[in-house]
Design a binder for this molecule. Structure first.
Ligand code: IMP
Length: 210
């Protein structure tokens, strides 16, 4: 039987990508009637762990179908000239600070001659439903910021991110290329490998003390 994974996210861009990245698993999205999942940590890893723990606890009491794992993704765009921001605040920057066109708002923060180097970072937390500490999978993809948003594919900051060695943004390149080299794709590959060798080490650890 396929392993069943609850995705602790309602972000349609992430959900679409996970459907392509984890084709051998039965995925359930975080339901519309469920509460907002909190994320107030200072680091991607804190947030991924917090989301997985919250979603697992909620699902234990309210879940409508059995699942084997809960998977949480915390990710964002880290821009060197912005001291690594918006980084862990990427979603909050988009929601509250950008006032409309997030990508143009972010580009406007860069001084003209500033270096344009940036990276996407993703931390996945996989928590076994039966209990135990989550396993973390972290990856990043290096690149640079475009002069202006380009492309309508992907989601979020994809139209302003050009992966290293290329000329086109993720917004132009789309899901096929992201599925090879994105931060999320690399982390999901590590997760898949771990699950495939589950008996050889991808076992739950002890549940952390509260
Ligand atoms: P969070 O992981 O819920 O904190 O949200 C991460 C935010 O970072 C998203 O809302 C996007 O704005 C951005 N982000 C994360 N991954 C990607 C990506 O693959 N492409 C574009 N934007 C991304």
């Amino acid at each position: 039987m396929l392993s069943r994974i609850l995705l602790a996210s309602r972000n349609p861009g992430k959900l679409r990508e996970f459907a392509g990245l984890l084709p051998d698993y039965a995925l359930t999205a975080w339901p519309a009637e469920a509460p907002e999942i909190p994320e107030d940590g200072a680091f991607f890893r804190d947030n991924a762990g917090q989301k997985a723990a919250f979603a697992r606890e909620w699902w234990r009491h309210h879940g409508t179908a059995p699942v084997d794992f809960v998977l949480a993704d915390d990710s964002g765009l880290c821009v060197d000239a912005l001291w690594g921001g918006p980084g862990v605040l990427s979603a909050r920057f988009a929601k509250r600070l950008a006032n409309g066109d997030t990508n143009r708002a972010l580009l406007a923060l860069l001084p003209l001659s500033a270096p344009r180097s940036a990276r996407f970072v993703c931390v996945l937390a996989l928590a076994p439903m039966e209990g135990g500490a989550p396993k973390f999978f972290e990856a990043s993809v290096e690149g640079r910021l475009a002069e202006a948003p380009k492309g309508t594919r992907g989601f979020g900051y994809d139209p302003i991110f050009i992966p290293e060695g290329g000329q086109e943004t993720f917004g132009e390149l789309g899901d096929e290329v992201k599925a090879r080299l994105s931060h999320r794709a690399q982390a999901a590959r590590a997760l898949r490998n771990c699950l495939a060798q589950r008996r050889a080490g991808c076992q739950p650890g002890p549940e952390p003390a509260r």
